[in-house]
Design a protein around this ligand. Structure first.
Ligand code: GLU
Length: 314
């Protein structure tokens, strides 16, 4: 009896060791990446990355379209994605369960893998709108439902003493904003994304838009209140038809990863990402901005052990 009990115990331990070594997440059967709306940078970058990962890791890699950062973190939280594109400010709010995530509470089971590129808070407006204060009473898209853009829009308007009630609010994706703008249905839209953003390039060529400035004093107020912002200049000529530079603030586009992904998988993924910068940049120019230093600059939540392995134990 005792022998059988010991044998059973040995079996259980062997099973547990085996399970740990060959745990399902050690080498996932597939990888799911939450991206964004079709005319954003996350979508293009994410799909290019997915194709390369699929080829190099030899497992299916699928992408999920979404409203943006807030949606993506929720998708990650619900277990429907393994990797998510997200702004570093939104990742921090989700991790701490504050701000837009205060009712859901903190979500700790995810980490940062890498910071990819700066995302400028771009406020695209009709030429007759001279500045942010003039947005009062106008029809403005603050960003898609579930976007990080919307939160940035509210914080920026807030810095100017403008609230939701002062503008005629719309929630449109970048692509839908371009269409609505051309049809005269909106006067301005917010777009937190890598520069140049394809949707803005497309629209600026019409010659009817400008980017509104966030001047010195307001940028300082914002940065003091929300530490994930930094200042950014959008040089003239980045967008066809826009010949003035614009001053604004920026956050960092990052890859958030589920803690269920093993350190080895995350380290492999980062190696492939870095090796494929030039290839991804053919589809999404922002990939060329990735380097060892900027990858760690602006990380707003703890780093995944696989990222530590990749960045520090090479
Ligand atoms: N940063 C944007 C957001 O979360 C999305 C940017 C993009 O799709 O490229 O709202």
């Amino acid at each position: 009896m005792r022998k059988r009990f010991v044998a059973f115990g040995v079996l259980v331990i062997a099973f547990l060791i085996g399970y740990k070594i060959f745990a399902p997440n050690e080498r996932p059967q597939r990888i799911r990446i939450a991206t964004g709306g079709e005319s954003g940078v996350y979508y293009a970058y994410g799909n290019a990355l997915a194709d390369i990962l699929e080829r190099r890791m030899n497992i299916p890699v699928v992408t999920i379209q979404s409203g943006g950062s807030v949606d993506n973190i929720r998708i990650l939280r619900s277990g429907r994605a393994d990797i998510a594109f997200a702004q570093n400010d939104i990742m921090a709010y989700a991790h701490e369960g504050i701000n837009i995530f205060s009712t859901e509470g903190g979500f700790k089971d995810f980490s940062a893998a890498v910071c990819l590129y700066p995302e400028a808070c771009q406020i695209v407006a009709r030429r007759d709108i001279a500045g942010i204060p003039d947005l009062k009473g106008r029809r403005v898209s603050l960003g898609d439902e579930g976007s990080g853009t919307e939160l940035n829009a509210l914080q920026i308007l807030g810095a100017y003493g403008i609230s939701y009630a002062d503008v005629d609010v719309d929630h449109l994706s970048f692509g839908a904003s371009v269409t609505a703008f051309r049809e005269g249905k909106i006067d301005a839209f917010f777009c937190t994304a890598g520069v140049p953003t394809p949707a803005i390039s497309e629209l600026s060529a019409d010659g009817e838009v400008r980017l509104l400035n966030i001047g010195d004093a307001h940028a300082r107020t914002l940065i003091r209140q929300y530490p994930y912002y930094s200042r950014q200049i959008i040089p003239s000529g980045v967008y066809p038809g826009m010949d003035e530079e614009a001053e604004t603030v920026a956050v960092k586009a990052s890859l958030a990863v589920s803690d269920k992904l093993s350190p080895q998988v995350v380290a492999d993924l980062l190696k492939i990402l870095f090796e494929s910068r030039a290839e991804i940049a053919k589809i999404s120019a922002e990939a060329a901005l990735l380097n060892d230093k900027s990858a760690l600059d602006g990380m707003s939540i703890p780093m995944h052990p696989g990222a530590e392995k990749y960045f520090f134990d090479r």
